[in-house]
Design a protein around this ligand. Structure first.
Ligand SMILES: Nc1ncnc2c1ncn2[C@@H]1O[C@H](COP(=O)(O)OP(=O)(O)OP(=O)(O)O)[C@@H](O)[C@H]1O
Length: 702
């Protein structure tokens, strides 16, 4: 008998090659891999799956509308499906429990006894004062009571930690439903529908776009929200895993007189779409766009706030889009409808596809570019397949590669070694940085609007950095920092105009804001002031950690320093505003203090002036009537001035003249007399001039 042992094969007893069934080697399809590791795509638990499904659909919808420069109009509906409805949807009959002990939420007789004891204790506790209770409880009761207290405290602590983590954007553990309320089997189901007015999809491509993992249209070098060709398929894989239901896609492209309808699921093992229905339907309304619908297990209760937060932030960074968000519950009072209205018609320019920068490519990519290029020779290949290589530079590079290279050599005939040489030179040579022209940043205006809308701060500063480069990819960092408004340090992160809500702790923006900004230097108190930090990064490649697009790592020094400098630039602007505001506040304070006793001074002056006015008028009258003696007195300025000074000093000696002067300066010279007082006096040259108000006189006098 022929041995199947690999050892025997090694010993040469069997020369025949191993049959396929003997091999221990196994292969997994990408769909299988992601089904087994769905957490790396942001599908960690039912609640997070609901959140990520919404997110993937919304981001596809935005990418699609923006790609045809259409102002996005997006409707998202999450409809709660209760178990009986779900069962009837899939044709499953609801069954009553027969063998109760079989269930996860089953309580043993002993546990029930404990519970009734507990109910008694609790009732007793409520009815009695604590002291009385302490006296009367038996030892066993008090033991039980402390056990119960411990359990309640533990539950409360767990809930507290969960709420805290959720607010910090940390991973939220699924709320463990306490036994007796809802067993493990009691999943919640939701129908998620997302409708957009975007480009739609070609009829024949739909099955592969939704039923083949790692297929998409966004692989080029371009700033897009989607990147991996994974998100929509993950929603389908999760629906297949949790409900077994397919996905429904309706789509129509501009000018198409039909709507493509496709219902499909995915053959996980072969990573191919399994089509249930694929047909063309009438498009009477000339609609274009897509509507995707999927039924999945989820958890609205624990992820409600994250989903709404995400929608709000998406509306902030995409003010040119209109979103209609609906949650439809089986209990109508839990229904939610939120319309995020469009706030501007200015759509940022559509990001353009660009070519690779020589410093960003690896050997594999060079080989792929060679395989795909239409250019016949090395010179043209270098010139046309990369940015920042013009003809003269291409010629110099070829000269530098070595004698076996020439401009005219067929690019497809390059050997593996020659490709390695090109790669080495690309690494070592100096190239101009790629420009950021292909990028479409959110814009300082949008950031400012967003901050004001979210935080209602006292002051805001924004900054838009110029394009920079990491590993040959251009990127732009924009930042906004606010002071005042809601509590604490709030950090808002956006990447290619996607809000990032999870894994905040490891993100480059969070780390920079918390560890690398000396807030005190900018007169901002990190622990007391309410600070808002908004940072938006756009790039042809966002270096997300993982496929879940949750956070940007802190390990790319170019990005880290650009983030730091953008935040610092905002802080510098804020500092001067803060200093001015502090000075204004101080002045205001002084003014308030002055005004406490200034009325005394002005009243005194007013009295003096009134008296002088009276005598002045009478003197004037007498002068007009021909009193020669009075003429001498009126023309004698020193007498008038002296008299005034004397009288004022008499009345206002308690006034701090310096402060009074300041007050008068701040108040300014009033144009109209504040009181019904009008008098004339003589200036230094003996001319008559007018005093219009007590303050004016006061200032002149001082
Ligand atoms: N609403 C939509 N309108 C038009 N095309 C869509 C829509 N949703 C998905 N698509 C197409 O389906 C493809 C696959 O989508 P999927 O969400 O799986 O991946 P992606 O968006 O390319 O990348 P990522 O996994 O990073 O989100 C997209 O590249 C896009 O071409």
């Amino acid at each position: 008998m022929e041995s199947e042992s690999p050892i025997e094969t090694k010993k040469g007893k069997s020369k025949t090659p191993k049959k396929a069934k003997e091999s221990i080697l196994k292969q997994k399809s990408p769909a299988e891999f992601f089904a087994e590791n769905k957490n790396i795509a942001g599908f960690d638990n039912p609640g997070k799956c609901l959140y990520t499904t919404v997110r993937e659909f919304v981001e596809n919808a935005l990418d699609s509308a923006e790609s045809i420069s259409e102002l996005p109009v997006i409707e998202i509906t999450i409809e709660e499906i209760i178990k009986s409805k779900f069962n009837s949807m899939i044709g499953l009959v609801d069954r009553e429990r027969i063998d109760e002990a079989l269930y996860d939420d089953y309580e043993t007789a002993k546990a029930r006894e404990g519970t009734s004891d507990f109910a008694y204790v609790l009732e007793f506790y409520v009815l009695s004062s604590l002291d009385v209770l302490k006296c009367h409880l038996t030892l066993s009761c008090s033991n039980l009571f402390s056990l119960v207290q411990k359990r309640l405290a533990k539950e409360a602590r767990a809930q507290e930690i969960q709420a805290k983590n959720a607010s910090l954007g940390k991973k939220v553990k699924e709320h463990t439903v306490s036994k007796g309320a809802k067993g493990r089997g009691e999943a919640s189901f939701y129908r998620v529908t997302c409708k957009d007015n975007g480009r739609g999809m070609p009829h024949d491509d739909i099955p592969n776009m939704f039923g083949r993992v790692l297929s998409g249209t966004k692989y080029g070098l371009k700033q897009t929200r989607g990147k991996f060709g994974l998100g929509a398929k993950m929603a389908l894989i999760w629906s297949k895993m949790s409900t077994g239901l397919p996905i429904d896609i309706s789509s129509s492209m501009r000018g198409q007189n039909y709507i493509s309808f496709c219902r499909l699921d995915i053959d996980i093992h072969r990573n191919i779409p399994h089509i249930h229905l694929h047909e063309k339907r009438d498009n009477k309304d000339k609609w274009h766009g897509a509507e995707i619908q999927v039924v999945i297990e989820g958890n609205w209760t624990t992820y409600r706030s994250k989903i709404l937060h995400y929608m709000r932030q998406m509306a902030v960074i995409t003010p040119y889009a209109q979103f209609l968000f609906k949650f439809v519950s089986d209990t109508p009072d839990k229904n939610i409808t939120i319309k995020f209205a469009r706030r501007t018609d200015a759509v940022p320019p559509v990001p353009v596809e660009t070519k690779h920068h020589p410093s960003s490519v690896d050997i594999l990519l060079i080989k792929r570019l060679i395989a795909e290029t239409s250019k016949p020779n090395l010179l043209q290949f270098l010139q046309h397949e990369f940015v920042n290589i013009g003809k003269p530079l291409a010629e110099r590079l070829i000269g530098e590669m070595g004698p076996e290279f020439s401009p005219k050599m067929a690019v497809k005939s390059l050997t593996d070694q020659q490709i390695v040489r090109i790669h080495q030179l690309f690494r070592q040579a100096k190239f101009d940085d790629p420009s950021g022209d292909c990028l479409s940043p959110a814009g300082e205006y949008n950031l400012r609007l967003g901050i004001i809308k979210e935080l209602h701060p006292d002051m805001v500063a924004t900054y838009s950095g110029s394009a920079q480069v990491f590993e040959g990819h251009p990127f732009i960092v924009e930042a906004g920092v606010s002071v005042g408004g809601k509590d604490g340090l709030n950090i808002f992160r956006f990447a290619n105009r996607i809000p990032l809500l999870f894994e905040q702790g490891g993100d480059v923006v969070t780390r920079t804001a918390l560890k690398r900004i000396s807030w005190n230097n900018y007169k901002i108190n990190q622990t007391q002031d309410k600070i808002g930090v908004f940072v938006s990064i756009v790039s042809t490649k966002i270096p997300f950690k993982g496929t879940g697009k949750e956070y940007i790592g802190d390990d790319i020094s170019e990005i880290a320093s650009a983030v730091k400098s953008a935040i610092q630039q905002c802080c510098i602007q804020l500092k001067s505003k803060i200093v001015k505001k502090m000075q204004a506040r101080e002045q205001q304070e002084r003014k308030r203090n002055l005004s406490k006793y200034i009325p005394d001074a002005t009243n005194a002056v007013y009295d003096v002036l009134k008296e002088m006015a009276r005598s002045h008028v009478s003197k004037k009258k007498r002068y007009e009537e021909g009193d020669a003696d009075i003429l001498r007195k009126v023309s004698d300025h020193s007498i008038t001035n002296e008299t005034l000074k004397e009288k004022l000093t008499e009345h206002v000696e308690k006034v701090d003249y310096q402060m009074a002067l300041e007050y008068a300066t701040q108040t300014g010279v009033r144009e109209e007399p504040s009181e019904d007082i009008y008098l004339q006096s003589l200036d230094g040259k003996g001319n008559l001039f007018d005093f219009h108000s007590p303050i004016f006189v006061f200032r002149l006098f001082l």
